[in-house]
Design a protein around this ligand. Structure first.
Ligand code: G3P
Length: 274
């Protein structure tokens, strides 16, 4: 499974790349907002263009970086997607354009299919698209058919949705069982999907059935256990926040074992390293 880092914070990105485990970066307008606020607080002036170029160079060629459009019509998203690609792909040849599967904010609006139309147009011009805000397997199926290179199911947000729909209190980061949550003998579900991990698995299975080349990029990941479960169901990629990457490396028994090795090191052995 490839690991992407889900942040626009350049310090976190540089640190995680130095560990040798990161294959790409995903950003979105909320993550860019967070990163910009962080730098402004530190008193740093930021040119957005230079900042994006730094993200792309830090990742380097062969490590995709998703940049999201902000429009919600086919015309705007196509223009913005082209603009981002033309302006920035020359830097490290790793730009991927993020397009929402359905940019419409209301239930019966007129732009429901503009995401798919934009994916089709950009993809047919050779621009790789990461289709975002996937909340159901059938949305992923449509995005793959339209030509998306990646689909991003939002595992954590589905878990949040299942809990909030059923008035279950939770904090962001809380574990949600991959096998579902049972209340009064009923399993919580959304159109048959019982957890974020189940959403990812269902998409992996569908793509396997029909040999789609589209990669499943599990997103909105909340904790290290969920990363394991997503790896078990065969996601191609997981995009992981920095704090979850840190959670993945820690184990109490590893630290305890390390202390014991340190304490047991005899002077004769220490001498070798001098
Ligand atoms: O990659 C999508 C991700 O950034 C959304 O995460 O934590 O806002 O649900 P979250």
């Amino acid at each position: 499974m490839k690991i992407f880092i889900d942040t626009a914070n350049i310090d976190e990105i540089k640190e995680a790349f130095s560990w040798g485990i990161v294959d790409g970066i995903t950003t979105n307008p909320s993550l860019i907002k967070k990163a910009i606020e962080y730098y402004k607080e530190k008193g740093n002036d930021i040119s957005m263009e230079d900042y994006i170029k730094e993200l792309l160079t830090t990742a380097g060629e062969g490590h995709p970086v998703s940049l999201e459009v902000i429009g919600d019509t086919e015309e705007e998203m196509y223009r913005e997607g082209k603009l981002l690609f033309d302006k920035f792909n020359g830097v490290s040849k790793n730009v991927v354009i993020k397009i929402p599967v359905n940019p419409e904010t209301s239930e019966n609006g007129t732009h429901q299919f503009d995401g798919l139309k934009t994916i089709k147009k950009l993809s047919s011009e050779g621009i790789p698209v990461n289709c975002t805000l996937i909340m159901s397997p059938v949305q992923a199926l449509l995005a793959a058919k339209a030509g998306a290179r990646y689909v991003s199911p939002f595992a954590g947000r589905i878990d949040d949705y299942l809990r909030s729909q059923n008035n279950i209190p939770f904090k962001k980061g809380d574990y949600y069982p991959a096998d579902g949550f049972i209340i009064n003998e009923n399993i919580l579900q959304d159109h048959g999907i019982i957890s974020g991990v189940h959403l990812v698995k269902s998409i992996v299975d569908i793509f396997k059935n029909y040999h789609f080349k589209t990669e499943v990029l599990a997103a909105s990941i909340r904790n290290a256990t969920q990363v394991r479960e997503i790896a078990e169901v065969g996601a191609d990629i997981a995009t992981i926040p920095f704090h979850v990457l840190k959670e993945m490396i820690y184990h109490y028994k590893t630290s305890e074992g390390m202390k014991k090795f340190e304490n047991d090191t005899v002077e004769e052995y220490r001498e070798i390293f001098k």
